[in-house]
Design a protein around this ligand. Structure first.
Ligand code: SF4
Length: 644
């Protein structure tokens, strides 16, 4: 029996378990990446492992997420990241060098290898056949320390592409079509593997948009083959020796098949406030637009920028629209400068913003009150833009240009400029001076500078034998990590200060939550399906735990957040009967014997306020349950060290 691409990569990296679907497996990680906002915690955790130097083939620390530097906090974080990298053997991509996933794709990706990133869009590397996995910082720290990464062996979905995208309908619409079919939870514990003749019509940047946005379906990762188109990409990057072919075997066996005819796609749009609220763009055409944002790791490649310039050339940004672009990397920036793209954009009235994440995570360029913002970014979660009342819509770059010109949501197929054909040049500009490579070793007197905003990871004690307390909050379906710990310019600088960021847990939904949790001495969170959707930020587990949350009782969990709950000692419980969700109200006192929680077992959750009982289970393996009982992964590491 032949193998899928996923199975080939996993088989070559398997350190524990077998490839039986749904079982726990460990894989060797070849490369890691972090970014500034999640990276500080990851490196604090790496320090706690006591390993003096990273054991991965390559670890890169990107500084791209929060470049505002409004006071000492950001620059202190950046300085810590530079120092810790020098000490432990990590490459730093300095501020201005670009967005982690775009830069990594260009300069470090390798087909067939594994990449673990403390960012949920790490699957973007799948555009070249590299297995990119998003994880919390703790898991990345452990991978840097040479530990395997454990996850559930996913089901593998064959996405069979046929046809060719029509003009003005670019690859983002393939991602939207996947979201329309799968929703934001349809691919949890699944890999999306793209095959079929349609693959041959897509460039590497187009494939990378699709694998990047696969994250929004909940997928473990997404993969394209590494073929002749991929080889040409590596030649253009002056890295041809790092190219390897990768393809599924003809007789590979898949768990399900999705067919997409690229020729039949039309411009789509995601309505506020979830990426799966997909409708044909024509349905909302005519809606006035206040802001247009072009960029993010999903749409900031050279191909995106060349397309943008070609479509806006000779036009001006509408007087009611504030339009800005984030160029994805220094390479793309230099190419744009050399091709006259920057001049075209400036002439049209588009603001050329710093190469980084920027507005995508709410780091500046927020929309106005009740504003309509059209973005080529990855997510449109409530409040992520920095303006809770704004309606953020996700679109492809062509629709963003069309709205920038007309001032209303506009079908891009009505644009007057012809749609450009993009050809990858034989050689792209390679200018790597913004990477800082570590020395072979540093002296014993080397000092890592830590600003006052960087707080140590708090000591988390073991969970009590009986979990008992108040239902501190009851939330609905698809609660994102942005709901739990907010993004945005006001909150990113305090992400690495646990006492400070914990004051804003669930702030988007209930500003009184933190005070209530502290006053009650801890308790439970009750939620619907897909709890913890979205980003990999581990503070969405650490900060609630710091406030005393002991367990989350939900109808289901997102993959990365589930792992983060293990790492920070919060017990995830799932209602055996989803209807039992209705048996708990906010404020009810709940009680559970911890010893009753076992892998594949059921335990009784008692609602002491109403007298009702409910059966719950946990999606965890037994070792993970034990880690939680002991207070999380850091305690587990320390116990292992003292045993040694
Ligand atoms: Fe940055 Fe946005 Fe991409 Fe996250 S999704 S890496 S915030 S550009």
């Amino acid at each position: 029996m032949g193998l899928t691409m996923t199975e080939k990569i996993i088989a070559a990296h398997l350190t524990a378990g077998s490839m039986a679907r749904g079982t726990r497996i460990g894989v060797k990680i070849d490369q890691t990446l972090t970014h500034d906002v999640n990276g500080v915690a990851a490196y604090l955790e790496f320090e706690a492992t006591g390993v003096p130097r990273t054991k991965s083939e390559l670890s890169v620390s990107y500084i791209d997420h929060n470049l505002i530097q409004a006071d000492y906090k950001n620059p202190d974080d950046h300085r810590y990241l530079l120092d810790i990298a020098e000490k432990h053997g990590i490459v730093v991509s300095r501020p201005g060098n670009g967005i982690c996933h775009q830069v990594h794709l260009e300069r470090f990706s390798c087909p067939g290898k594994t990449l673990l990133g403390s960012d949920s869009h790490t699957p973007m590397a799948g555009g070249v056949g590299m297995m990119g996995l998003g994880a919390g910082g703790m898991d990345v720290a452990l991978a840097m320390a040479g530990e395997a990464f454990f996850f559930t062996m996913p089901q593998i979905i064959k996405v069979n592409l046929s046809g060719k995208l029509p003009p003005y309908v670019s690859a983002k619409n393939v991602a939207f079509e996947m979201l329309r079919r799968l929703t934001v939870k349809g691919a949890v514990n699944k890999v999306l593997e793209y095959v079929g003749e349609g693959v041959n019509t897509l460039s590497v940047p187009e494939r990378a948009i699709i694998t990047n946005m696969g994250t929004e379906t909940g997928a473990t990762t997404s993969l394209f083959p590494s073929d002749e188109i991929t080889r040409q990409w590596y030649v253009a990057q002056a890295r041809s020796e790092q190219w390897l072919p990768l393809a599924a075997d003809e007789d590979a066996v898949y768990d399900a098949v999705i067919d997409i005819d690229l020729s039949a796609l039309e411009p789509l749009i995601a309505l506020p406030h979830q990426p799966d609220r997909i409708v044909p763009l024509a349905e909302v055409a005519g809606t006035p637009v206040d802001q247009v944002v072009i960029g993010s790791c999903a749409n900031s490649s050279l191909q995106d920028m060349v397309t943008l310039a070609a479509l806006i050339k000779g036009h001006k940004v509408h007087k009611r629209v504030d339009a800005g672009v984030y160029i994805g990397s220094k390479q793309v920036y230099l190419e744009c400068a050399a091709r006259g793209v920057l001049g075209t954009l400036a002439e049209a009235g588009i603001r050329i913003l710093e190469s980084g994440c920027g507005a995508c995570n709410g780091s500046g360029f927020a929309p106005p009150t009740n504003g309509v913002s059209l973005r080529t970014t990855t997510r449109n979660f409530l409040g992520r833009s920095g303006t809770a009342s704004a309606g953020v819509h996700l679109v492809a770059p062509e629709a963003a240009v069309a709205a920038a010109i007309t001032g209303v949501i506009t079908d891009p197929r009505t644009l007057s400029n012809p749609y450009p054909a993009f050809a990858l040049p034989a050689a792209l500009i390679v200018e790597d001076s913004m990477f800082v490579y570590p020395p072979e070793a540093v002296g014993d007197d080397f000092v890592v500078r830590r600003g006052p905003n960087i707080s140590p990871i708090p000591d988390l004690g073991a969970l009590p034998a009986v979990l008992a307390g108040e239902t501190l909050i009851k939330v609905g379906e698809d609660i994102t990590t942005d709901h739990i710990v907010p993004a945005g310019a006001n909150f990113l600088p305090i992400r690495n200060n646990t006492p400070e960021i914990s004051k804003y847990v669930f702030h988007v939904l209930d500003a009184a939550f933190a005070e209530r949790a502290k006053a009650s001495g801890g308790g439970f969170v009750v939620a619907g399906v897909n709890y913890g959707q979205g980003s990999s930020r581990e503070q969405a587990a650490l900060a609630p735990r710091f406030l005393g949350v002991q367990a989350i009782v939900a109808k289901g969990f997102a993959r990365i957040h589930l792992a983060n709950l293990v790492n920070f000692g919060i017990m995830p419980l799932v209602f055996v009967d989803p209807a039992d969700y209705d048996k708990v109200s906010q404020g009810d006192r709940l009680r559970l014997e911890l010893a009753a929680v076992k892998e594949q077992g059921t335990a009784t959750l008692v609602n002491e306020t109403t007298g009702q009982t409910m059966l719950v289970t946990t999606p965890l393996f037994q070792e993970e349950i034990e880690i939680i009982r002991g207070g999380g992964r850091l305690n587990w590491i320390k116990a292992r060290q003292s045993a040694k």
